[in-house]
Design a protein around this ligand. Structure first.
Ligand code: 5BU
Length: 497
C-alpha cells in the first residue's frame, strides 16, 4: 500500500464499517466455529460511491504490484461487479465463471473469449480459507487458462494466503483484518478489548483450504469475549449503529442503572410525580401516551424537563404495526406528535422492513436547534412478548432479528424487545425485557413476571421494564431504588462471570 493511498484506505475502512460491510459480534461461520467478526461485502452494491472507491483502489493496487494479465475474473458472486469495474477501468477483457454449468446449450463453465495459455487475474472480496478462489482457479485451469495472482479486498488472515500459494497463486490484498482493526481503533470506533479479542481469535483459528482447522479444533478463543451479554455497556456503546443506543448505553454505564419505569398511569400529574421520584434510579421512562386522560403540550414539556434534570430517556411504547404511510402519520402527527418528544418508540416487525422506513419518513429535516432529528430518534423492535399464549414463533423471531441487523435502516434500530437471550447476538443492540417483578407471578390478564435476577442473568435483558412492581408500592422511590440495585448487581455479576 503506498503512502498517498493510506488516508483513502483508512477512510474507506471506516466507511465499510459504517455501512455494515463488517461487524463485530458472535457469528456462525461455514467452518463450524463462531467468529467475532463478520464480513458481508454484498452490501456495497447499494453504495455506488463505496463501490467506486473500492474499484479505484483495486486498480491502483494492480498497477503498483504490476499484475498484468490478459483477463480478469471475479469469484462469483460478490466480486462480480468489482471485477466488472476493474475490467472497464483497465480495458482488460473479463471472464465470467458460472457456479453451475448450464443444463442446456454449450455447458460452458467459463463465459467470454479466451484461448488456452491466456493469463487471468482473479478478483475476490473476502478471503478466509481461500477455497472459493481455488474453485475458480480450478475451472479456469481446466480450460487451459493460467492463473498466478489474485487481488482481494479483505484478507481475514486465517490461512487463505498460504493455502492459495500452495496452488501457485499469489494473493494481494487491499486490507488485512489487522489493518481494519487498527484503523477503527485509531478512529475511536472500537474498543481495545475488541481488537484484542479478534486478534486472539485470528491467531487461534487458522483454516486449511478444505475447511478443516490447522491443528486441533481450537477452543472458541476470543469469541466468548463477544457474547453480547458479557460485554460491558460502555464497550457496547461503541458498537451500536444507532446514535440513541450509543447515548443510552453510555447513560446506563455512567448512571449505573438498567431500570426502565413503565409509567402506566392515566393522569399527567401522576406521571410527572412518579417520574420525579423515580428519576434518579432509571435510565428510561416508558409511556403509553394514549392512556393519559388529560394530555397537553405542557405535560410533555414538564416530562422532558424531568428527563433532562434526572438524565433519563423517554420511550413511547406505541407498538406501531401498520403500513409505512400510516405509521409515519401516527408517529409524527395527531394530538401526541410522538416523534417530537419520544427519544425511542416500540414497533412490531409484523409489516416487515417498511415499518422502519415509515417511521423514518416522519423525521425528515432538522430540529429547532438545527440538529438532525433522525439521528436523535430510535426504535425498539418487538421480537417476543411477555403475554401468555402470544403468537410469535421462532421464524418470526429470526426474521425480526434480520430486520434489526441487516439493511439500510439499521442505524435507526436501537434495540429489541424480547424475553430470551438468544433473540439476537449483535452487541450494539439493547435488549429490553418487560414482565419483571420481585415476586414471580402472573396477573389476571395474561402478564407473566420473572425476577430481576432471572431476566438479566438467564434471559439476557440489558434493560428491564418494571411497571406495577413500582407503581403499586407504598414508597415508589424506594421500590425503584430496590429494583435498580438488584438489576444493576445482576448485570455486573453477569458481565464478570
Ligand atoms: P407491568 O406493570 O410491569 O406488567 O408493565 C409492563 C409494561 O411493559 C407495560 O407497559 C406493557 O405494555 C409493556 N409490555 C409488556 O408487559 N410485555 C411485552 O411483551 C411488551 C410490553 Br412488548
Amino acid at each position: 500500500m503506498v503512502a498517498q493511498n493510506n488516508d483513502e484506505m483508512k477512510a474507506l475502512a471506516v466507511k465499510l464499517f459504517e455501512i455494515n460491510a463488517f461487524k463485530f459480534g458472535d457469528f456462525k461461520m461455514k467452518v463450524g466455529i463462531n467468529s467475532p467478526v463478520y464480513f458481508d461485502l454484498r452490501v456495497i452494491v447499494s453504495y455506488p460511491d463505496v463501490m467506486q472507491t473500492v474499484a479505484d483502489l483495486l486498480v491502483s493496487h494492480i498497477k503498483e504490484q504490476q499484475l498484468s494479465a490478459k483477463h480478469v475474473c471475479g469469484v462469483p458472486y460478490t466480486a462480480l461487479p468489482l471485477a466488472t469495474l476493474v475490467s472497464l477501468q483497465q480495458h482488460t477483457p473479463m471472464l465470467v465463471r458460472r457456479k453451475e454449468a448450464k443444463a442446456y446449450g454449450t455447458k460452458k463453465l467459463i463465459e467470454g473469449i479466451y484461448h488456452a495459455g491466456d493469463t487471468c487475474l482473479i478478483v475476490e472480496d473476502v478471503v478466509t480459507s481461500g477455497s472459493s478462489i481455488l474453485d475458480t482457479v480450478r475451472d479456469l485451469e481446466s480450460e487451459g487458462i493460467v492463473v498466478t495472482d489474485a487481488v482481494v479486498v479483505v484478507d481475514r488472515e486465517q490461512g487463505g494466503s498460504a493455502n492459495i500459494a500452495k496452488h501457485g497463486v499469489r494473493m494481494h490484498s487491499l486490507f488485512t483484518l489487522s489493518f481494519l482493526l487498527n484503523t477503527l481503533r485509531e478512529a475511536g470506533r472500537i474498543e481495545k478489548a475488541t481488537v484484542d479479542a479478534v486478534a486472539k481469535y485470528i491467531a487461534a483459528v487458522q483454516i486449511n483450504s478444505d475447511g478443516s482447522f490447522v491443528g486441533d479444533k481450537p477452543d472458541v478463543v476470543g469469541v466468548n469475549d463477544f457474547v453480547r451479554t458479557k460485554i460491558p455497556f460502555e464497550s457496547r456503546a461503541n458498537l451500536a449503529k444507532s446514535a440513541v443506543a450509543r447515548r443510552l448505553f453510555s447513560l446506563m454505564a455512567s448512571k449505573r442503572t438498567n431500570l426502565c419505569l413503565a409509567a402506566d398511569l392515566t393522569k399527567g400529574d401522576e406521571i410527572l410525580d412518579i417520574a420525579d421520584k423515580c428519576g434518579p434510579y432509571i435510565c428510561l421512562l416508558k409511556t403509553h401516551i394514549d392512556i393519559v386522560e388529560d394530555f397537553s403540550e405542557s405535560f410533555i414539556a414538564s416530562l422532558k424537563a424531568l428527563a433532562a434534570r434526572h438524565q433519563f430517556l423517554l420511550m413511547e411504547d406505541r407498538k406501531f404495526a401498520d403500513i409505512g404511510n400510516t405509521v409515519s402519520l401516527q408517529y409524527g402527527k395527531g394530538i401526541y406528535k410522538i416523534s417530537s418528544w419520544a427519544d425511542l418508540v416500540t414497533a412490531h416487525t409484523l409489516p416487515g422492513r417498511s415499518i422502519l422506513q415509515g417511521l423514518k419518513a416522519a423525521l425528515g429535516g432538522e430540529d429547532a436547534a438545527g440538529g438532525d432529528v433522525a439521528a436523535e430518534r430510535g426504535v425498539f423492535l418487538l421480537a417476543e412478548m411477555s403475554a401468555s399464549g402470544n403468537l410469535i414463533d421462532d421464524k418470526y423471531k429470526e426474521t425480526s432479528n434480520k430486520i434489526a441487523t441487516e439493511g439500510g435502516d439499521v442505524d435507526f434500530v436501537a434495540g429489541v424487545v424480547c424475553q430470551s437471550a438468544n433473540c439476537f447476538a449483535f452487541p450494539g443492540l439493547i435488549q429490553l425485557t418487560p414482565g419483571v417483578k420481585i415476586d414471580e407471578s402472573v396477573d389476571k390478564l395474561g402478564q407473566q413476571y420473572q425476577t430481576p435476577e432471572h431476566v438479566v442473568k438467564e434471559r439476557g435483558a440489558d434493560i428491564a421494564v418494571v411497571g406495577r412492581g413500582i407503581l403499586q408500592a407504598k414508597n415508589v422511590a424506594q421500590a425503584a431504588q430496590t429494583y435498580r440495585d438488584r438489576l444493576w448487581t445482576a448485570y455486573t455479576e453477569r458481565v464478570a462471570k
